[in-house]
Design a protein. Structure first.
Length: 245
């Protein structure tokens, strides 16, 4: 069984919570690996109508694909697969996947909705059984185990895409704040916003001039036009209990 290259952060789950967490940890310079079994419930949604920024709604599978692309653009290394076991080590954590891959990491963010089997051997993880299984955390996703966080539905957040995505982002920032990475805020500011007041640009922030701002806007428009040029072809997946005709 071969080990992959060590990562700073391992995110288990590639739904809105896990992807949002990864966007922030990767942008902060933490080597981030996301393991995704493709089972996000967002793929079951027929049409997402309450995600801010889309007045007429948005295809939920398209949104998930775009979030995944954004995570990769930020620097995340995404793996297809399912984590079946997680162990605490002297250096951090070791995760095993269903395909026999072994992943070592300093920090783990569990973002698997209500799947908790792989957490069973971690002392200090408190599982709450309330019809579904949840992990006990503080408001920023920290569990009772240093270096282990839970995000989104698994941390008992309401299952609305915007809420679990926002909680994933909050957990991602908590991971950065708890790390040794200098960090003030993840923000791209106009040129002079800090330096024009005699301040150095804080860690995690960036100043860009007007030409660079326009270049990035044009790039974003081109990318968005490409994603929305044609209807997304993947149909919603159905709940496993629904009988096929």
């Amino acid at each position: 069984m071969a080990d992959t290259t060590d990562s700073d952060v391992l995110i288990v789950g590639g739904g809105p919570a896990g992807l949002s967490a990864g966007i922030f940890t990767a942008r902060a310079g933490l080597e981030t690996t996301i393991v995704d079994d493709g089972g996000s419930l967002l793929r079951r949604n027929a049409h997402l109508e309450n995600f801010p920024g889309f007045p007429a709604g948005v295809n939920s599978r398209l949104l998930l694909d775009m979030m995944a692309a954004q995570a990769e653009h930020a620097g995340c290394d995404r793996h297809e697969g399912a984590v079946t076991d997680l162990q605490s080590t002297d250096q951090g954590f070791r995760a095993e996947t269903a395909s026999g891959e072994s992943l070592t990491t300093d920090v783990v963010v569990a973002a698997t909705k209500n799947t908790v089997d792989y957490l069973a051997d971690i002392d200090g993880v408190e599982i709450k059984h309330r019809g579904k299984d949840f992990v006990e955390t503080d408001t920023r996703g920290r569990t009772g185990v240093p270096g282990l966080y839970a995000a989104g539905r698994l941390a008992e957040q309401p299952y609305q895409t915007i809420i679990v995505a926002g909680h994933g982002a909050s957990v991602g920032v908590a991971v950065v704040e708890d790390s040794d990475v200098p960090f003030y805020h993840d923000w791209v500011a106009p040129e002079g916003y800090f330096t024009g007041r005699g301040r150095e640009v804080p860690p995690g922030c960036e100043e860009i001039d007007d030409a660079e701002r326009k270049r990035r806007e044009i790039e974003s428009l081109d990318v968005m036009n490409e994603y929305f040029a044609e209807p997304h072809t993947a149909a919603p997946t159905q709940h496993p209990s629904v009988e096929e005709e």
